[in-house]
Design a protein around this ligand. Structure first.
Ligand SMILES: *Cc1c(COP(=O)(O)O)cnc(C)c1O
Length: 356
């Protein structure tokens, strides 16, 4: 089987070692005589998998023994939009509006309380990250999106929110770059962009921010229920948690976040230097806010679209068409994407220039 160069925005590429181990385990999990798809979530084998996944997530983020809990939940990152508010919004929350996902998070939070949008880049189709804003000190929490998957922008710095808890949707750049994760009180990420197959959502929450709202919280939406049941209040997404654990182990074997960040930087440098050099292309996001994970770009001449599309398809490239709200192209370069794949795409861009 020859593999494609997969630039899909999500679900997306995972390490080939992970695909291999996961496929063996579908037949027989570690010589147990049972498939990962048929074991009980209460079996010692799966309890160990869940514990390992939760422990590795905290370890990679440098958040062990600091009052944080790692949970694997369901409903995707989108469920977190309302779950954040259910657990933490009493009066007013502050949100930074940097793209479609932030906008959706704001819409959900407004169901349960007041939302103050501290800044928005909507008037420029979200091609930059607003930097001049203040977080009101009376907000129950501040919410931001570290990487805007659709628009290809990424926050390079985060505000100091004082006593206001900071929540971050890190769906599309978690485990991709080093930062001080202890600045955040709640981090969440759908598995399907840097960690595993769709189905599980990682939530890392500082326990002392919970239990402060007056409303009744449905059990399935209550972080405290999920913590007290070790992410097993109901049947967890067993396969997604298992593959996430395999990816987190792969990351550990490969030097953790600091090592992968160097590789991600090299991939980003390669694509952006070609976007800036090649007269046929133009980057979408403001340079200083460019995402290391999702590079968005357009053709200067729409008439070259068919030619370019047939070139990258012939080069066994998959998933570079842009999101409909930006158009053009988007190269998603998550942790598991090799530098060679980016080089293939860059070669195709040069080839277009030579033929045009
Ligand atoms: C993909 C994505 C989401 C939505 O994730 P689901 O798991 O599909 O709900 C939310 N936020 C960001 C930043 C994303 O990239």
């Amino acid at each position: 089987m020859s593999r494609k160069h997969n630039f899909s925005a999500g679900p997306c590429i995972l390490p080939s070692e992970v695909f291999e181990k996961a496929s063996q385990s579908v037949i027989d999990l570690d010589n147990s005589g049972l498939s990962i798809l048929e074991i009980s979530h209460r079996s010692p084998a799966f309890v160990e998998i869940m514990e390992k996944a939760r422990q590795l997530a905290l370890k990679h983020l440098g958040l062990e023994n600091q009052g944080y809990q790692a949970l694997f939940l369901q409903g995707g990152a989108s469920m977190q939009f309302i779950m954040n508010a259910f657990n933490l919004l009493e009066n007013k929350a502050a949100y930074l509006d940097t793209g479609s996902w932030s906008t959706k998070a704001i819409k959900e939070a407004r169901i349960l309380g007041d939302v103050e949008v501290v800044a928005s880049s909507k008037d420029k189709n979200f091609n930059f990250i607003p930097k001049d804003f203040t977080v009101p000190s009376d907000a129950d929490y501040f919410h931001c999106t570290s990487n805007n998957t659709i628009f290809g922008t990424q926050m390079k710095s985060f505000p100091d929110t004082g006593n206001v808890p900071m929540i971050c949707d890190m769906s599309s750049d978690i485990f991709s770059r080093q930062m001080d994760f202890s600045k955040f009180d709640l981090i969440y990420a759908g598995a399907q962009k840097n960690m595993g197959p769709a189905g599980a959502t990682l939530v890392v929450v500082k326990e002392d921010i919970l239990g402060k709202v007056s409303r009744q919280i449905p059990s399935m939406l209550n972080y405290q229920t999920m913590i007290s049941k070790d992410s097993m209040f109901n049947t967890p997404p067993v396969f997604s948690v298992y593959v996430s654990m395999l990816t987190l182990e792969w990351l550990e074997r490969n030097g953790g976040i600091s090592a992968i960040e160097k590789k991600n930087q090299a991939k980003a440098d390669l694509i952006y230097s070609e976007i800036d050099r090649n007269p046929l292309f133009k980057g979408f996001a403001e340079q200083e806010d460019r995402s290391m994970m999702n590079a968005t770009f357009t053709l200067n001449e729409e008439s070259l679209k068919d030619k370019f599309d047939s070139l990258w398809k012939a080069a066994e490239i998959n998933g570079v068409s842009g999101h409909r709200s930006v158009g053009g192209y988007r190269a998603s370069m998550y942790n598991a994407l090799p530098l060679e794949s980016v080089q293939v795409l860059v070669n195709v861009m040069k080839e277009l220039e030579n033929q045009a």
